[in-house]
Design a protein around this ligand. Structure first.
Ligand SMILES: [Zn+2]
Ligand SMILES: [Zn+2]
Length: 250
């Protein structure tokens, strides 16, 4: 240790750094203390200073990277540029996110569903079917997402979600509840299946409320106007329990 300390070239300059002293840091290597022109002080391996393998502090390096990203990407994707369902809504920003070693350039975008997200520029490719994470998640388990019923705020309505959820349980083998519905031959009547408006009209004239869910009166029956009603989760849970506990295994 004594020898290593004696070799520290105090006053030596490398890039924005100057060696200011020895280091108490104990590790397999010899360290020294350096100060950056920004005022930041830190320990670094002695051989990196001697071989001029380091030139600046991490804060300054990140700032430089952020500045060069900002000038390189500033006008790359103007406001209004479309990527799938996403639209650029403002100038980008270089950010050092938690866990990242270097800053990345992000662009604020709005999805057609209304969600606003920051997307990493390196992920964006023109012509790709980009969408927000929520839309991506929904589309993967929803084959009925091509047309949507939206409210005044362009948000997908709860009733629409109930309708598409019902169809997916019955007809989309990728839906996680398909095994309890489609696979058990539960179907949706033709008018409801092909016309959201007919389902919606039935719902509104048969007691739909935002706190109620659609319930099949006979839990082994299909989704038809005769066999459906709007109930609370509690009623529905009880209905399922009493009926499914009958020894009627198919
Ligand atoms: Zn610095
Ligand atoms: Zn979306």
């Amino acid at each position: 240790m004594g020898n290593a300390k004696a070799e520290v070239p105090i006053g030596k300059q490398v890039g924005t750094l100057v060696v200011i002293g020895t280091s108490e840091k104990k590790s397999g290597h010899a360290y020294c203390r350096v100060r950056c022109t920004c005022g930041n002080e830190f320990d670094t391996q002695l051989f990196r200073v001697i071989h001029e393998d380091i030139h600046t502090c991490r804060v300054c390096a990140n700032r430089k990277a952020a500045l060069s990203q900002s000038s390189a990407y500033k006008n790359k994707y103007p406001i209004g540029t479309r990527f799938g369902l996403l639209t650029v809504i403002g100038p980008g920003i270089s950010l050092l996110t938690r866990g990242a070693k270097k800053p990345n350039y992000y662009i604020p975008m709005q999805c057609d569903c209304g969600a606003v997200i920051l997307e990493r520029i390196s992920k964006l490719k023109l012509g790709h079917n980009h969408k927000c994470r929520m839309c991506d998640h929904r589309d993967k388990s929803n084959i009925y997402s091509n047309f949507r019923s939206v409210d005044g705020n362009q948000k997908i309505t709860r009733l629409y979600r109930i309708w598409s959820g019902m169809l997916n349980r019955c007809y989309n083998p990728k839906n996680k509840n398909y095994k309890y519905y489609g696979q058990k031959d539960v179907t949706v009547c033709d008018e409801w299946k092909h016309h959201y408006e007919i389902f919606s009209t039935w719902a509104m004239t048969h007691g739909y409320r935002d706190d109620l869910t659609i319930d099949r009166i006979d839990p082994f029956g299909n989704y038809t106007p005769d066999n459906c009603r709007w109930t609370t989760w509690q009623v529905q849970a009880n209905n399922k329990r009493t009926n499914f506990h009958q020894p009627v295994q198919a």
